[in-house]
Design a protein around this ligand. Structure first.
Ligand code: PAZ
Length: 348
């Protein structure tokens, strides 16, 4: 194993691997069901996760951009609603000088498309996305936009192919209007460490917005990871035979987001399964366990056609209207309505 034996046997690491192996002094906390407070086990795991995570590069620059974006939107008359849309999958590095990693499936289509519909509904969006995945306003472009949309003319200038002209114009103008108007802030991540550190920065900066803040957590986030301090530094060698690997559980950050980082925000999480027989039960569990305001349940093979919105009022299937439309259009409409009710009830 590339996880060093002394770390594997330490009580702290055993607790990472098996949260139920608690010292007796805090075992009574297992009984804590309600999320009025984050239980001690989760708090411990979260603290250890952040303390041992590699330092976030550009943390100051990200904080600066966030502060400016939130204050600008907060001071608009209204004030404007702000949603943090997460998109794409997180990676789990296997080496500190990373050559290999475990990935989570997500093209980023859901997050990018939802961002467009939130902007259209008058929200400002913080788009926390995996580098290289789908971007807002780009879904009508071909796979390799630069090489497929443009051509060189005889005098060596660049021209758009007629067939892609409309798609290119609408991508450039939609994106430009959102960014230059101060309504769209894009922040990239790759690893689970970057994702959770940036999410925490976003959530704490958005606290000031109270119930006008929303989290729309469509990213596919790793459930398991290798803690930084027990990770091999250099490329793992194959000479010593098969790789024996044990992963720690990523702490349940939804609980912390909901109760500590953003206690007044409207929170929507996603549940993806490939087995439809367990999907709704898992979505229900997430709704109750993390006290989400809504959970969007989807199955891998049908995720573009239908999603099920699970709230404490029941379950609603949301379908795309036809082959030309996208399921995010009716989904965001419904969520905006639910968010309005939430703001009204909170302010009442
Ligand atoms: O990014 P995409 O459009 O290819 O897929 C979207 C999705 C399936 C990743 C998203 O809808 C989702 O369910 N995200 C949460 C995944 C999870 O349960 O971890």
């Amino acid at each position: 194993s590339f996880i060093f034996p002394q770390i594997l046997n330490s009580p702290d690491f055993l607790r990472y691997l098996n949260p139920k192996s608690q010292p007796s002094s805090i075992s009574s906390m297992d009984a804590v069901n309600s999320l009025d407070v984050v239980d001690e086990t989760t708090s411990f795991q979260v603290k250890s996760f952040f303390e041992s995570a590699p330092l976030l590069k550009d943390a100051d620059s990200i904080s600066g951009k966030l502060t400016q974006f939130i204050h600008q939107n907060f001071s608009l008359p209204g004030p404007r609603r702000v949603v943090c849309v997460t998109s794409g999958g997180t990676t789990v590095p296997l080496e500190q000088r990373c050559v290999r990693y475990i990935d989570n499936f997500s093209s980023g289509h859901r997050g990018a498309t939802s961002t467009e519909y939130f902007l259209k509904s008058g929200y400002s969006v913080i788009f926390l996305y995996r580098r290289g995945t789908c971007q807002p306003y780009c879904r009508s472009l071909p796979d390799d936009p630069l090489l497929e949309c443009f051509k060189l003319t005889s005098d060596s200038s660049i021209q758009v192919h007629e067939s892609h002209a409309e798609a290119v114009k609408s991508a450039i103008s939609g994106h430009h209007d959102a960014v230059s108007g101060g309504y769209l802030l894009k922040l990239p991540f790759t690893t689970i460490f970057e994702y959770l550190q940036i999410l925490r920065l976003i959530a704490t900066s958005m606290k000031i917005l109270g119930p006008n803040a929303m989290f729309y957590l469509a990213a596919a986030v790793s459930d398991f990871y290798v803690p930084w301090e027990s990770m091999a530094v250099h490329k793992i060698q194959s000479a010593s035979g098969p790789l024996d690997m044990r992963l720690a559980q990523v702490p349940k950050m939804l609980a912390v987001l909901r109760k500590e980082w953003a206690p007044t925000a409207f929170c929507v999480s996603f549940k993806l399964e490939t087995d439809k027989d367990i999907l709704l039960e898992k979505a229900d569990n997430a709704l109750k366990k993390y006290q989400m305001h809504a959970v969007v349940a989807n199955e891998l093979s049908t995720r573009k056609e239908v999603v099920i919105l699970v709230t404490k009022c029941g379950k609603v299937s949301v379908y795309r209207e036809n082959d030309q439309s996208v399921v995010e259009s009716p989904l965001i409409k419904l969520l905006v309505e639910k968010h309005s009710t939430y703001i009204r009830d909170t302010n009442a």
